[in-house]
Design a protein around this ligand. Structure first.
Ligand SMILES: [Zn+2]
Length: 273
C-alpha cells in the first residue's frame, strides 16, 4: 500500500465553515475505507487554507470513480459540492509497481486479518496477497460487512494479545469455529464464494496446542482429516496452511505454543453428545 496525499482545497462558498468541510471530507474517506479503496487510518491538516489528508492506497488507481459504490459516489458528490471540485490525489511513495496481480487468477481465497493489518481481509489462496474489496464483484453492503468483521477480528486480537482478564474469552472467539466472530466470518466467506465462484476459506487461529498429535488433529467442525502434509515445516509462508477442510471451508496451522495444554481444547472437535 502506498502513502498518498489528497488535497481537498478550500470552501466553494463563504457560508461553509471548516468543520462542515472536514465532515464532508471525512465522510468521503470513511466510505472509501469501507469499500476497500483506501487502507488504514487517515489524517487531516489545514495547509495555507486548504484541507489536506494523508492515507494509504492499495493501488494507484484505487480511487478512480469507476470503482466507487453508490455510497462512495454520494459522498464524493458532497465533496465536489463543498470544495468546488474533486480532491487531487498524489502518491508520495516512490516505489509503486507497474503491474498488480489479478484476483481472477486465484483458484481459492481465504479470510484473515490481525491486529496490525490495514489491508483487505480477503486474500489470494496461492500468493497470500490481500485482494482489495473494491475489485471483487461484491455488493457494497457485503464489502462493508467484511470491513466491519475485520474491525471486530482486530479488536479481539488486540484484547487477546494484551493478556488481561478477557484473554481467554477473546481467544475463544478467534479459535473456536462456532464462536460468533467465526460464524459471522464463515458466513461472509460463503457469500464471497457465491459472488466470485472461488472456494473461500475461513482461517481459524490456533495458538495453544498439544504435545502429542498436534500435526494430525482433526477438523474442529466435522471431525475429519484435514492436514495438508505430514511433515511439519517451520518457516513456510503463512498461506501454506497445515490444515484445510474442503467440506467445512476451514484452514489453520499447527499451534504456536505447547506449554499450556489446558487451553489446547479450545477450537478442537467436540463429539456430539
Ligand atoms: Zn471439516
Amino acid at each position: 500500500m502506498f502513502l498518498t496525499q489528497l488535497t481537498f482545497g478550500s470552501a466553494a462558498s463563504a457560508s461553509l465553515d471548516r468543520d462542515a468541510l472536514k465532515d464532508a471530507a471525512e465522510s468521503y474517506l470513511a466510505s472509501l475505507l469501507k469499500n476497500g479503496q483506501i487502507y488504514g487510518e487517515y489524517l487531516f491538516a489545514w495547509c495555507d487554507g486548504n484541507l489536506v489528508a494523508y492515507t494509504h492506497l492499495p493501488r494507484p488507481d484505487a480511487v478512480a470513480e469507476r470503482h466507487h459504490s453508490a455510497w462512495v459516489k454520494k459522498e464524493f458528490d458532497a465533496v465536489v459540492r463543498n470544495f468546488g471540485g474533486p480532491p487531487k490525489w498524489k502518491i508520495i511513495d516512490d516505489d509503486v509497481p507497474k503491474r498488480f496481480p489479478n484476483w481472477k487468477q486465484s483458484a481459492s481465497l481465504y479470510l484473515f486479518t490481525h491486529m496490525f493489518d490495514d489491508t483487505s481481509p480477503v486474500c489470494c489462496g496461492e500468493s497470500g496477497k490481500p485482494v482489495p474489496l473494491y475489485l471483487l464483484p461484491l455488493g457494497q453492503e457485503l464489502r462493508e460487512h467484511i470491513y466491519f468483521w475485520g474491525c471486530a477480528y482486530k479488536s479481539h486480537d488486540h484484547i487477546w494479545l494484551n493478556s488481561a482478564s478477557l484473554e481467554i474469552p477473546a481467544y475463544k472467539q478467534l479459535a473456536d469455529p462456532m464462536s460468533d466472530l467465526s460464524s459471522n466470518g464463515r458466513e461472509l466467506c460463503a457469500q464471497v464464494e457465491r459472488a466470485t465462484g472461488r472456494p473461500t476459506y475461513y482461517f481459524l487461529m490456533r495458538y495453544w496446542g498439544r504435545n502429542i498429535d498436534e500435526a494430525i488433529r482433526c477438523c474442529p467442525d466435522c471431525g475429519g482429516k484435514w492436514q495438508t502434509s505430514k511433515v511439519e515445516t517451520d518457516g513456510r509462508p503463512f498461506h501454506q496452511f497445515h490444515f484445510r477442510c474442503r467440506r467445512c471451508r476451514l484452514v489453520s496451522h499447527c499451534a504456536n505454543s505447547y506449554e499450556d495444554e489446558r487451553h489446547a481444547r479450545i477450537g478442537e472437535f467436540k463429539k456430539a453428545k
